[in-house]
Design a protein. Structure first.
Length: 439
């Protein structure tokens, strides 16, 4: 049965045949596997989509090694709920816990600790991948290595991810020792990132509407896992491995499109910056608001209205990062294209063939869909490309094939060349792979 389907950005909306995974490839092709649908663009959309959420069993856990073996439809939320009380945490997590294990591998997701601990697949021991009907291959850094590197960040195009073996991180408490430091402008923020480069977790909220000497003013948030000895609050010590609560708030319907505009975003940014702009503030907070602040509100994507929004995330190498990032922030500020969310992180070395990270600065921006936005983002593409950067495929909904092949360069050519030797390329295709001409 055909249905209208969109991912988290609610753009684009496609008409698709939606199936549930039944243990083998559907009889017709092409199609793409889908987890929680939390990619922002069209990576898990297509003419036919196969939901993997029925694959939701945890199969084994080794308390000595911390290795969890689970089916690909298990969510990060379910892992946290099960293992935080036992003293384990995710080794790498993106900004939402409502994604599947299979999706985390397919996008090789990263978090606030990429500069220090790498991407998600750096902590994956192995995966089981169905590359054609009846053929399941185990892939790792030591077994079918080429296929493993092709699959991590391969956007689900190398096969159906069935099982994932993930090494969890041992923790003493569910709390983060957090520091907040304000930066009066973007260049000051870059200096702070360098000063605190040994922090395990680091992320900055950026006011992308600030102008002049305040352009890029920011709040840098550093984090370390708190030990029992760190905690002096008796309430926290009574249950140091307290798991997150389910969200109680939700956005019940799509808000009017005019709700988020330059004025409302500007007011919010000013209040947020001045509220947090103390010289240095260190405190202990639960992992949930530190890693997943937006998860506290169900369906928060509805605040952008029925037209949806685009999350534009790019990475630029360090050698070009400061000047180009400053220019991009200035263009956003002067464009009137208000981004409600602007988050800057630093990244470490690249990994999989098509994985997004490279050593440099990455900025994620949320833009409500409105006239002129797509044209404006194309002008930003040119700056990113000129600086040797690229756009995150898991967030992308509109990049041209020319931009993709130029910015990923040899990565894209290598991926496509190797993909021809993987049987799954005859069965799998997504709206993203067709748009970017990944054949």
């Amino acid at each position: 049965m055909k249905t209208q389907l969109a991912n988290w950005g609610n753009y684009p909306v496609t008409e698709t045949e939606l199936y549930s995974w039944r243990g083998s490839f559907p009889s017709t092709s092409p199609y793409i596997a889908r987890g929680m649908g939390r990619s922002y663009g069209d990576a898990s959309l297509g003419r036919q989509v196969c939901s993997m959420l029925s694959m939701n069993c945890m199969l084994n856990f080794n308390a000595e090694t911390g290795v969890l073996i689970a089916e690909s439809g298990v969510t990060l939320d379910e892992i946290l709920t099960t293992f935080v009380p036992r003293g384990y945490f995710l080794p790498v997590t993106p900004g939402t816990k409502y994604i599947s294990l299979g999706g985390a591998v397919a996008a090789d997701v990263h978090g606030k600790n990429h500069h220090s601990e790498g991407a998600f697949c750096d902590h994956v021991e192995w995966i089981e991948l169905m590359t054609e009907p009846g053929c399941i291959q185990r892939c790792s850094a030591h077994e079918n290595q080429a296929l493993f590197n092709l699959t991590r960040g391969g956007m689900g195009l190398t096969g159906i991810i069935l099982t994932v073996a993930l090494t969890l991180k041992k923790i003493e408490t569910a709390y983060i020792r957090q520091s907040k430091i304000h930066a009066p402008n973007f260049y000051a923020l870059c200096d702070l990132f360098e000063t605190h480069k040994h922090a395990t977790y680091s992320v900055a909220w950026v006011d992308c509407l600030a102008k002049g000497k305040q352009s890029g003013r920011s709040i840098l948030m550093l984090g370390e896992h708190a030990t029992v000895q760190n905690l002096k609050d008796n309430k926290k010590l009574t249950n140091p491995l307290f798991v997150h609560k389910k969200p109680r708030l939700q956005v019940p319907f799509f808000l009017p499109g005019f709700t988020l505009n330059r004025f409302t975003v500007g007011v919010f940014n000013s209040i947020f910056y001045h509220k947090n702009a103390t010289d240095t503030s260190e405190f202990y907070t639960h992992y949930d608001p530190y890693f997943y602040p937006l998860d506290a509100i169900l369906h928060w994507n509805r605040i952008y209205g029925k037209q949806g929004f685009i999350q534009y995330q790019f990475v630029i190498p360090y050698e070009n990062g400061k000047s180009v990032m400053q220019e991009i922030l200035e263009r956003i500020s002067h464009s009137g294209m208000a981004s409600f969310l602007a988050v800057l992180k630093v990244m470490g070395k690249p990994s999989g063939v098509l994985s997004f990270p490279m050593e440099g600065y990455t900025l994620a921006l949320d833009f409500p869909m409105r006239p002129g936005l797509l044209r404006f983002l194309t002008t930003l593409d040119a700056l990113v490309l000129q600086a040797g950067g690229r756009i995150y495929l898991a967030k992308d909904a509109r990049m041209s094939a020319e931009m993709f092949h130029a910015s990923y360069a040899h990565n894209a050519a290598d991926f496509i060349s190797q993909l021809q030797n993987v049987p799954a390329h005859s069965y799998l295709a997504s709206a993203l792979s067709e748009r970017l001409r990944i054949f």
